[in-house]
Each structure stands twice: as C-alpha cells, then as structure tokens.
Design a protein around this ligand. Structure first.
Ligand code: DAH
Length: 342
C-alpha cells in the first residue's frame, strides 16, 4: 500500500460520499470503508506483513483516510438535512427569501385618547382627576343627587340593577362621584371624573348600553354661572384650538338649579353641516349650579359654598372628534376599526 494508493482511495471514497443521495447510501459507504472487513480494516490488517519502515506511514495514512471519510459523511449529511428542510418548507409554501410580515403596532383606544386630552386640558386649569365605582349604590346614583325613589327623573335612566333589593346598580352616569368627592374633599376644589356608565337601553347607532361620560365639579365660595361659562369656553378653545361661541338653554336635572344645556358653535362649519344638523350649534353638555340639597348630601354647607357641575358625553365627543357615526363601534372591539387609530 503506497501513499498514492491511499490518496486515490480517499478521493474515490469522498467522491462517493458527495454523490450519496440518501442517508442509507452514506451508511453503506461508511460500512464498506470503516466497518468490519471494510477498506480501512483491510489496510490495518495488512500492516504486520509490511516492511517495518513502511508500517508507521501506512498506519497513519489509514487513520487519515478514516477521518476524511467521516468528515465527508458528516458534511454530506448536513447538506441532505438542509435539502430535506428546504423541500418541506417549499411544500408548505414557505419562502425564506420573502420579507417578514409587517409588525403590527398596538394603539390607544379612541376613548383613551380623548380622555387623556381632556384630562390634560382640565388638569392645566387646576382640576384633579377622580374615579368612582362602576357598581354603585342607589344612594349615590340617585338619592343623594336629589332623585328620591318616586322621582319621575328616574325614568330618564334605564337602570341595570344588580342583585336583590334594588340597592346596587351599574351607575347610569358619572354624577354619583360628585357626592363621593363632596364627602371626601374639603372645598374649594375642582375635579373631573371620566368613566364608564351603563344604561339598559335598546342599542342603536346613537344608544349604547355601555358608554363614557366625564363629570366636572367645581365647589368654592362665590362660584357662579360666569365661572361655568368661562370654563367651558376655555375648554373649547383648548379642544378645538379656536374660540367658539357658547349659549345656555334651560335644562332640567334634579341635581342642579338652575340647570342648563350648553351649546357651542359648530367647530366644523360656518353655514351648517351634517354634524350640527344645519343649525351651526352643537349640544355640548348639560350643566348647572349644584343644587343645595346635593351639597348638603355631600356634607358641604350650601350657605357658605356654591358650585357648578357639568356632564360631558365623552362617547359623543369621541364621535365628534373622529367623525364616527355609529356609537356601537366604540365598544365593539373590532380590530379593523381600532387599527385606524394606530
Ligand atoms: N348626569 C347627567 C346624565 O347623565 C348629566 C349631567 C347633567 C351631569 C347636569 C351634570 C349636570 O353634572 O350638572 O344624564
């Protein structure tokens, strides 16, 4: 066995390995060369019959041959694995050369966006942001707001009652937090309360059983309707980035006296449009001077303090802001709708 023979054997074996089409074929080549009675074994068996001077070189050559074949087999096996994987992916329609799918970005819900905007505006005017329970007591939702059990105003509120006894309910407005604020805070104070409200109503494009309001409450000495109007004008200027005329119409809510409906000039047109129903006015919010009975229920002396309150329809503001024409979209959670706010 000469060195050239070994080189030739190695070249042939490695060529065979590289041409091997399956792992079974590779196993066969490995057996033939490295197995019992295989090529390498034969060479090693021949060593004792060689001239002593040649033995070492042939032994080392046989070893190199073995290592070369093993390395070639491993490389070819990796190739076959990669080919198999590529074939499998191709069958699945997977193409590693395509760009990856676009990252989907989340977005703040439109109600969250408008809520934060309003919170910014009002906190800059010295308001604090309050929160209250969504499952409320009859006392806070009605009674303390000057709406006793037999009061016809209860009919304005289609109420979801919870449990027995008609004492617990899902709050029908954010006004109950007025009472909680009066009980907790020492006047003078200014507060807003954004939050979810619930009404047991037939749902349509402008009525939803779950919707959002933002209550406002300012209490102090000598608070007047002038403060209310000034506040709403400032608020509108911040929201729409321009001065809008406002007007008060009489409105009735048992917890304010006098009570008003506050309208603002339509921010979207001059001559009338679909948003203002061709009137150039939009109804902004009901509001009024806090009723003395309400102050008393909150433990505040109406002889000393007065206050104003307003109830912004947050859901309606969201609809105005983003030109949403169906209130049901807001809480539906349809990703196709929400994606538009990304
Ligand atoms: N809570 C009333 C409602 O949801 C709205 C309201 C009216 C709130 C007058 C007020 C207010 O704070 O002063 O129907």
């Amino acid at each position: 066995m000469k060195a050239e023979d070994l080189d030739r054997l190695q070249a042939e074996a490695c060529d065979a390995v590289r041409a091997g089409a399956t792992k079974d074929e590779l196993r066969r080549i490995e057996r033939e060369h490295l197995g019992k009675g295989g090529v390498v074994a034969d060479i090693l068996a021949s060593i004792p019959s060689l001239e002593p001077a040649e033995r070492r070189a042939v032994g080392q050559g046989a070893n190199r041959l073995k290592q070369a074949i093993l390395a070639a087999i491993e490389a070819r096996e990796n190739e076959l694995d990669a080919e198999a994987l590529a074939a499998e992916r191709k069958a699945e329609g997977f193409d590693a050369s395509l760009p990856p799918p676009a990252l989907e970005r989340g977005a703040l819900h439109p109600v969250t966006r408008v809520t934060r905007e309003l919170e910014d505006i009002f906190t800059s005017m010295g308001y604090r942001v309050l929160d209250g329970p969504e499952v409320e007591l009859d006392y806070y939702n009605f009674e303390a707001l000057n709406i006793p059990k037999d009061h016809p105003a209860r009919e304005m509120y289609d109420t979801f009652w919870c449990g027995e006894g008609e004492n617990l309910l899902l709050r029908t407005h954010t006004s109950p937090v007025q009472i909680r604020a009066l009980q907790k805070l020492e006047p003078p104070f200014r507060a807003i309360v954004p939050g979810r409200c619930f009404r047991n109503e037939t749902v349509d494009a402008s009525h939803e059983h779950t919707f959002h309001q933002m209550e406002g409450l300012v209490v102090g000495e000598d608070i007047t309707v002038g403060h209310l109007i000034g506040t709403m004008k400032t608020f509108l200027r911040e929201l729409f980035q321009r001065d809008l005329e406002v007007r008060l119409r009489p409105g009735y809510f048992p917890f304010v006296e006098p009570g008003f409906e506050l309208d603002a000039r339509c921010p979207f047109c001059e001559q009338g449009c679909s948003v203002c129903k061709r009137t150039t006015w939009i109804e902004l919010c009901p509001c009024g001077m806090v009723h003395p009975a309400v102050l008393r229920h909150g433990g505040v002396d109406p002889e000393r303090y007065t206050g104003f309150a307003f109830g912004l329809g947050l859901s309606r503001l969201v609809m105005l802001r983003y030109r949403i024409d169906d209130i049901r979209q807001i809480m539906a959670g349809d990703v196709r709708f929400l994606e538009q706010f990304a």
